[in-house]
Write a protein that binds this ligand. Structure first.
Ligand SMILES: [Zn+2]
Ligand SMILES: [Zn+2]
Length: 202
């Protein structure tokens, strides 16, 4: 199963160049079977997810969020599977991680070394479940730094598209044989390393 873990739509992420429907259509065409919608500091409601899901029966659509945290808001934390707007009101990383763990949601530190301050939490002993590896927004060099940190900390690494438009689809993703019947299953998939990181041939 080909899975996108990190995707922005023009509905709630001003920086995304494509609508939810355009993105779902492209993902289906590209063989994806599951996607997590992770807007910047905004969650989709269950009803919104259901409505989009009805139009695209060939892909499982799950909610999530990408939270901007840290003093400069440069530390981006993905919470996969949630529709709870409370996450966008919590500023404290320790609180966010504790809530996610309680609720069974996977936490991923997005593009940790893209910007200064992007991985501060790691130095403070606040560990997410996983670190992002290759994405359209984290080049090979930065990904290598993430890989070194992941090895040092014993954390899994995941590829994602960090999708902000149609051109971002089908470059970096994960593949798993485990069923993703519900959103919280992704946590077990990643923690048990029951997936592989994939990238397009080019
Ligand atoms: Zn980000
Ligand atoms: Zn993002």
């Amino acid at each position: 199963m080909k899975v996108e873990l990190h995707l922005h739509t023009s509905r709630y992420s001003a920086c995304s160049k494509a609508t939810p429907a355009e993105l779902m259509e492209r993902l289906v065409q590209s063989g994806y079977e599951a996607v997590f919608i992770t807007e910047h500091d905004a969650v989709w409601s269950e009803r919104e997810i259901e409505q989009l899901q009805q139009g695209f029966p060939d892909i499982r659509i799950f909610p999530g969020v990408e939270l901007s945290t840290g003093p400069q808001k440069m530390q981006h934390l993905l919470i996969l599977g949630t529709t709870d707007p409370e996450y966008t009101r919590l500023g404290d990383v320790a609180e966010i991680l504790a809530k996610a763990r309680d609720e069974g949601h996977l936490t991923v530190l997005a593009h940790p070394f893209r910007w200064e301050g992007g991985a501060e939490m790691l130095d403070n002993g606040l560990l997410p479940d996983a670190l992002e590896f290759r994405t359209n927004n984290q080049n090979r060099k930065k990904a290598k730094i993430a890989a070194d940190a992941a090895e040092r900390l014993g954390l899994p690494l995941v590829n994602s598209g960090d999708v902000h438009g149609l051109k971002f689809v089908n470059h970096f993703w994960i593949e798993t044989d485990m069923p993703l019947g519900k959103a919280t299953n992704i946590r077990a998939v990643v923690l048990n390393r029951a997936y592989v990181n994939r990238k397009s041939g080019k």
